[in-house]
Design a protein around this ligand. Structure first.
Ligand SMILES: CC(C)(COP(=O)(O)OP(=O)(O)OC[C@H]1O[C@@H](n2cnc3c(N)ncnc32)[C@H](O)[C@@H]1OP(=O)(O)O)[C@@H](O)C(=O)NCCC(=O)NCCS
Length: 167
């Protein structure tokens, strides 16, 4: 466990994903998309991105198959992220009730530390319109704007990259 000290009264702790986190991380994902991201995408796009019916076993298997980290507040998961061997972040989601409290910042700093420790050169992600300012705040820049298809809807996102200092 890593105490980030992000919030004095309700500190955020980070820990590795466990199989028992499947439902809570899926809930964070659905609430983050349906709540926070719905200001930047229309209802059809939101439904395609985060459908209500999701196979929990498939979700859990995917989370367990990548290096996933969970942020907890008061013992409850409030956000999660992941990172692969190339420094690619596939997911970064924070429950709307915990937003703008430094949860994602703690997660991204943790990923930076992991990739730095193994000598990686960069981080990358495909950031939503909603997440773009967050990643810019953390030193990522837009490589290209993209249109991606998800379950029949076309969504705009941004390929973003942050070069890590080496040596
Ligand atoms: C993007 C997201 C993960 C950020 O999580 P968060 O825990 O609220 O982020 P933080 O509190 O660490 O934000 C740090 C800084 O990033 C910037 N930032 C974060 N969210 C922002 C927003 N919606 N608009 C503008 N700037 C934002 C701000 O500079 C913020 O600092 P401040 O609160 O002191 O102004 C969260 O909003 C989310 O889950 N969004 C919906 C889902 C999504 O799009 N996920 C990413 C898919 S690629």
């Amino acid at each position: 466990m890593k105490d980030t000290g992000a919030m004095a009264e309700h500190p955020i702790t980070l820990r590795r994903y466990a199989s028992t986190d499947a439902a809570a991380t899926l809930r964070c994902f659905q609430r983050a998309v349906r709540g926070t991201a719905s200001r930047d995408y229309d209802p059809e796009q939101i439904e395609s991105w985060a459908p209500r019916e999701v196979d929990l076993d498939a979700w859990g298997n995917r989370r367990a198959s990548v290096d996933t980290w969970v942020a907890e507040r008061d013992g409850e998961p409030v956000g999660f992220t992941d990172v692969d061997d190339d420094g690619y972040i596939d997911m970064m989601f924070v429950d709307p009730d915990a937003a703008r409290n430094g949860v994602a910042s703690a997660l991204v700093q943790h990923v930076v530390d992991i990739v730095n420790a193994r000598g990686g050169a960069e981080l990358s992600t495909n950031a939503s319109i909603t997440a773009r300012p967050f990643f810019e705040r953390h030193g990522f820049h837009v490589v290209t704007e993209q249109r991606v298809e998800r379950r029949g809807s076309v969504l705009t996102n941004y390929r973003m990259r942050r070069v890590l200092s080496t040596g």
